[in-house]
Design a protein around this ligand. Structure first.
Ligand code: AHM
Ligand code: MG
Length: 336
């Protein structure tokens, strides 16, 4: 149930009873993410004012430059979730391994683990283009009071209990699902509260936007090339338009509101695709499906893929259901 002018805090509390494993624990966890996102938002907004942009000199596990704001966001989310003692484990796109939090303590009854991409699209920070945070929440599968293991993190996306993103754009929005639809909240920076601005978000079944890095076109699988040509030509009608920000959260958010498809296929540069199954694809797939959209790797539903490693990458096609199914049809036809 959503009410006009409802704040995110009120919404979380009012809806906690409709969650299938009723407990205040998930609400406390979502509240911590909400808080950390506000702190990160404050820092992102002043990125142009202070000397915080530029590389921190480190590279992350995927061998990419880490920028200072990535490091900051990573620390803030980990600190907030650790200090409040509400999760038993965290895995971050910016960390080599998962972090266990007091999970060996037999009195520790915390059952949730969080996977997070603290600042996605970070190559956009120093040019004032929007970036985002993506999070995914699961229940641990190993017994309470024992140390968390890799098994707790390598769960299929279909086991997620909640997922969401924050888009630091012209306004800052937090969008999330607990498996009962998707709701979006806009931050009022003067007051520091998020208000329900986009209740029950839905991908239109059809759309006219395709989002893909066409710079990689010559390397794409033939099915994707043909789908792109179909979008460009479509028997001379050309109903499609191309929009690509290069920030997954922002491209996804726009496509969910307007109708569209986002694609990051494999290429020779990224033979398994670029995006990470656990930190990026699964949470976005959960949100997409909860909003009547669809997400696949071209052949298989993203949330059915069994992960084998923390930083696994997969090709990602996501958005309006009819558009994703059309792209899958082109992929299938090339397989035959
Ligand atoms: P990141 O996690 O290193 O920021 O990379 C993920 C980002 C996505 O947000 C975006 O859609 C994609 O990478 C853009 O990649 P490219 O610049 O290759 O088009
Ligand atoms: Mg990322």
């Amino acid at each position: 149930m959503s009410k006009p002018n409802q704040t995110l805090g009120e919404f979380i509390i009012e809806n906690q009873t409709s969650f299938k494993y009723t407990s205040g624990e998930l609400s406390r966890l979502l509240n911590s993410i909400r808080l950390a996102a506000k702190v990160v938002n404050h820092e992102v907004n002043k990125a142009g004012l202070v000397d915080i942009i530029g590389n921190a000199g480190d590279t992350n596990i995927q061998g990419e430059d880490q920028q200072k704001l990535d490091v900051y966001a990573n620390e803030k989310f980990i600190q907030t979730l650790t200090k409040r003692n509400i999760v038993c484990g965290i895995a971050s796109e910016e960390e080599d391994d998962f972090i266990a939090i007091n999970s060996q303590d037999e009195n520790n009854q915390n059952k949730y683990i969080v996977l997070i991409d603290p600042l996605d699209g970070s190559s956009n920070i120093d040019v004032n283009v929007s970036v985002g945070t993506i999070f995914s929440i699961y229940r641990r599968v190993t017994p309470l009071g024992t140390p968390v293991t890799l098994e707790d993190f390598l769960q299929k996306g279909s086991a997620q209990v909640a997922a969401g993103y924050v888009v630091y754009g012209t306004s800052t929005m937090l969008v999330y699902t607990t498996g009962d639809g998707v709701n979006g909240f806009t931050l009022n920076p003067a007051i520091g509260s998020y208000y329900l601005s986009h209740p029950n978000m839905q991908f239109p079944a059809d759309g006219n936007i395709y989002s893909v890095n066409e710079g990689n076109y010559s390397d794409f699988p033939v099915g994707i090339k043909k789908y792109i040509k179909y979008c460009q030509e479509d028997e001379g009608e050309r109903p499609y338009t191309s929009r690509y920000i290069g920030s997954l959260v922002s491209d996804f958010h726009r496509n969910m509101i307007k109708g569209g498809i986002y694609m990051y296929p494999k290429s020779s540069k990224n033979p398994k695709g670029k995006l990470r199954l656990l930190y990026e694809c699964n949470p976005m797939a959960f949100i997409a499906e909860q909003a009547n959209g669809k997400a696949s790797d071209g052949f298989t539903r993203i949330m059915d893929i069994v992960p084998t490693e923390l930083h696994e990458r997969v090709p990602f096609i996501c958005g309006s259901v009819n558009m994703v199914e059309k792209a899958e049809e082109f992929m299938r036809n090339e397989e035959l």
